[in-house]
Ligand binder design. Structure first.
Ligand code: SAH
Length: 315
């Protein structure tokens, strides 16, 4: 897809027309199934200072935790037993969490036949390789923002080119690669949204998460207005048209802002349900959300019910 076509779809095409085109492509390319993934936020330790993220190093209001090997395995086992086929292990970036422990966790979980997706930020090339050879099959690492200057500003000096280098390494190792970006970051202009979409296309992502920025009170961006719900829906629909066979999650940040059912008729075919234990969940606030009590099995059944009500099947 070219820049001008994307611009047209973002700014001129009627929303319902765009969404129904995306929905048709979704149906014919990936079918009616919505894949439910378990999301375990196993550590909120982070040495980075991403300006939008509640886990940033400067946030001293946050109680830091890392779950133990045993606790992670127990949660994963329960999730597997109640029907989850994939677990997403997500964390901040920290050298405090031993990569060898993560390797052992990946090895154990994948030995049951459960698919392990990692979302642990930027690692060393050798670490991506180690985790891949231990059984992890997918890696989520969004580029977040395609403008290099804005990226460096938002990520406190870290560089977009390094993020993209990581993406290339991840793909080269044979992981399914999950990219994505944030809609509605302060100072966003429409050209940036187009650049984000073009970059997703160029990276040929296997999975694409388009999130909506929500200001966190313990970040420098507190008080900034949230990203636009409709613009995010448009981005999701365009991603479905660009990469018809990709897996596209209905990101939680978007469903906090508006009708979550609508996301599934905009091209999305994946949803993540948190399985993080309550105490840790309360300390994993990337953006403000309701950290309500967990019952791994009930939450899954509720999600299946919701999916069936939409006339779709769950997996
Ligand atoms: N440390 C990992 C995981 C990050 S958290 C990494 O760097 O990849 C997962 C996602 O949360 C991020 O990719 C980002 O897009 C999203 N996120 C962070 N802060 C947010 C905010 N304030 N609003 C919406 N999404 C946010």
């Amino acid at each position: 897809m070219q820049r001008e076509e994307i611009r047209e779809l973002l700014t001129a095409t009627e929303l319902d027309v765009l969404l129904s085109r995306a929905d048709q492509v979704r149906r014919s390319c990936v079918g009616d199934v919505i894949h439910i993934r378990a999301l375990l936020e196993f550590s909120n330790q982070c040495f980075r200072n991403c300006k939008y993220c509640g886990l940033n190093l400067g946030n001293e209001n946050l109680k830091r935790y890392s779950m133990s090997y045993d606790d992670i395995i127990t949660v994963a086992k329960t999730a597997f037993e109640v029907g989850y086929k994939t677990i997403v292990l997500q964390s901040g970036e920290s050298h405090d969490f031993d990569i060898c422990i993560l390797r052992d966790i990946v090895r154990e979980i994948s030995s049951w036949g459960m698919i392990v997706t990692l979302s642990c930020g930027e690692l060393r090339d050798s670490e991506y390789a180690l985790l891949k050879s231990s059984g992890a099959s997918k890696y989520l690492l969004k580029h977040e923002c395609a403008n290099a200057d804005m990226y460096a500003h938002l990520h406190d000096g870290y560089l977009l080119e390094d993020r993209l280098k990581s993406a290339r390494v991840i793909k080269g190792l044979g992981y399914e690669y999950g990219g994505g970006f944030l809609v509605g970051l302060p100072d966003e202009v429409i050209e940036l949204v187009i650049d984000n979409l073009l970059l997703i296309q160029k990276l040929a992502c296997d999975m694409v998460g388009v999130g909506t920025f929500i200001a966190h009170p313990d970040t420098i961006l507190k008080g900034e207005k949230s990203g636009d719900y409709e613009l995010t829906l448009r981005c999701i629909a365009i991603v479905r048209l660009m990469l018809p066979y990709s897996n596209i999650p209905a990101t939680t940040s978007l469903s906090i802002l508006g009708d979550s059912d609508r996301i599934f008729s905009a091209g999305a075919n994946v949803v993540m349900v948190k399985v993080t234990p309550q105490a840790e969940r309360e300390c994993y606030e990337i953006y403000p959300s309701n950290a309500h009590t967990t019952d791994i099995e009930k939450d899954r059944v509720n999600m299946q019910f919701k999916i069936n009500k939409l006339g779709r099947q769950s997996s």
